[in-house]
Ligand binder design. Structure first.
Ligand SMILES: [Zn+2]
Length: 302
């Protein structure tokens, strides 16, 4: 994704998205950030990981021209499109925004100047300097925490665990709304011990109110020999997470009872009812207040 032009390293995907379309914010997934709003999803080709199970390998593991759209899209073009489509945010997603760092930053700054907000979906495998720069331009992030195991990162993702953990804490410290996704893959990271270790880390380092999404795996890319995640595994993951004290645990990629609903962390009242990625009812009062007990639900609600 990088080239040498006259002795200078440049980004080859700058201004050349491979995806630019409108999604519900729930699809990122972000469940505690402007629920029910629309986001303009932007991606260019490329990733700095090589996950064996990548569901977007056609754009993440190919060259800079992979599925590239016609013409050049400046940051201003992106912002104009977001406004025309009634989007509250621009989302840097599908592939890895760290890889199109300059473009993501330019779009995010232009979006913020125009009164829009910015969210990203990232594996957060990044040095603290550039990660901090990117985070300061963002309002929320969903980090894909693949497993709490360095061996898993090295063997399955071509990366390392420690920088990811540091980046998650850094994003939280910089004031971003942080949600975490863990893709649960049969035989690789679905054991009780692995799931519990991940939940304990999220609880201790990010806090019990951090939304945690367990997502179901489907055979993809180089892991087509593994079975999809059974619903019972996701339900067990949720039980383990709740037992560790996490208050907002969601189940994704499979429709499971109560899997996408938000409950009050204090009184358990149903606050937001979702069907898939769409919000059916939102009972939160202004400021994210629970109508049943008055507790404030962690998140960005307006
Ligand atoms: Zn309540």
């Amino acid at each position: 994704m990088r080239g040498n032009r006259g002795g200078t390293v440049i980004s080859l995907t700058d201004g050349h998205p491979c995806a630019l379309h409108v999604d519900p914010i729930e699809k990122k997934p972000l469940f505690h950030f402007l629920p029910g709003s629309r986001t303009l999803s932007l991606a260019t080709a490329g990733c700095n990981l090589s996950c064996l199970y990548c569901q977007n390998a056609g754009i993440s593991q190919e060259g800079p021209a992979a599925e590239s759209m016609d013409g050049t899209w400046t940051a201003e073009d992106v912002v104009r499109l977001a406004q025309a489509r009634d989007c509250a945010t621009v989302a840097y997603t599908y592939t890895e925004p760290i890889v199109y760092f300059e473009y993501a930053l330019a779009c995010a700054r232009a979006a913020r100047a125009a009164g829009l907000r910015n969210v990203m979906v990232s594996a957060a495998y990044c040095n603290p300097g550039p990660w901090g720069t990117l985070c300061r331009a963002m309002d929320a992030v969903n980090v894909d925490l693949k497993a709490l195991s360095d061996a898993f990162y090295r063997e399955v993702c071509g990366a390392r665990l420690e920088p990811v953990l540091k980046a998650l804490v850094q994003a939280r410290d910089l004031g971003l709304l942080v949600e975490v996704t863990n893709l649960v893959i049969p035989t690789l990271n679905d054991g009780d011990e692995a799931l519990t270790a991940l939940c304990r880390w999220v609880w201790a380092e990010l806090g019990p109110a951090t939304p945690l999404h367990f997502s179901g795996f489907f055979p993809q890319h180089r892991l087509r020999h593994l079975p999809p995640t059974p619903p019972a595994t996701l339900l067990r993951a949720r039980e383990l997470a709740r037992a560790e004290g996490l208050r907002h645990v969601y189940l994704g990629n499979l429709e499971l009872p109560d899997g996408a609903n938000t409950h009050c962390a204090n009184c358990d009242a149903l606050l937001i009812e979702r069907r898939g990625y769409s919000v059916r009812t939102n009972r939160l009062e202004p400021g994210g207040v629970c109508p049943a007990c008055g507790a404030v639900c962690a998140g960005v609600w307006s």
